[in-house]
Design a protein around this ligand. Sequence first.
Ligand code: PHE
Length: 338
Amino acid sequence: MKEMLEKIKAEATARLAETSADLEAIRIQYLGKKGELTAVLRGMGKLSAEERPIIGGLANEVREYIESKIEEKSAELKNAALSAKLASETVDVTMPVSPCRVGSRHPLSQVQTELEDIFIGLGFEIVEGPEVEYDYYNFQALNIPENHPARDTQDTFYITDKILLRSQTSPVQIHAMEKKKPPIRIISPGRVYRSDAVDATHSPLFHQLEGLVVDKGITMGDLKGTLELFAKKMFGDDTRIRFRPHHFPFTEPSAEVDVSCFVCGGKGCSLCKGEGWIEILGAGMVHPNVLSGCGIDPEVYSGFAFGLGIERIVMRKYNIDDMRLLYENDVRFLKQFN
Ligand code: PHE
């Protein structure tokens, strides 16, 4: 019996040394219920009382030995598998990578952000308004009654009799004054729509930025000071502004505002078409009818508003002569604004 145990030990050791996989089969073969070592232990009943503890002890030793060998082998196999996996998955960090092309923000977005930053710095708050708007907000509440000729100058996309795509960001003034009582100091950038044919200076979709300030004692001087500061920050410290009388139904008095040409400084060049001035926005003092329509007493409060075309500023700033370039998304064009 002792020889048999020695033989089992030797055989098991040899098999474990050779195998590269099925350790479980080996365990069952020797240590399982019907295994070889178990069979030996079963025969122990035939032994004499003196032999039994000796063989028993030996059998336990062999079992423990085989178990530990199996464990050892199992760890060895796992390590080998891990090393093989690591070797096969090695990344060559010295290999050149294929360049990853990073896009950039659209010039319209860049300029919009720039405008927002300037006005935030002046204490304005950004608000948004709907692009699909009621006739009431786009026209009526802005002192443009039905049949008013001003409705013809802004060819509007109507959805129903009462609902339209806003033709200007000015309706956000009304939303702002309905929601909040003075002091109000907001800007509102966004898309506007007019049924214009596409050409170098027109698009049925374009962008405006509206500004509105309402408080006690707001004057035209505040409007001028604000726009002058804005113009200097946007186009450089040497920039001057000029107010030309104009008419908007929702402001009185109203003005169109020019900045001194930032290419020639006012001498006249191809960008300003020899004028020395470039028109950038419409502005004025909020009409009393508009204030009272929003429940704000024009005897107590006054305000100014302005609206500028973002495309126009982008085109002037980068000397772009065709508006369509801004919407065609030709990468060769967009790349230049990285
Ligand atoms: N909404 C006017 C436009 O689209 C611009 C404007 C805004 C004028 C605010 C005065 C005050 O032409």
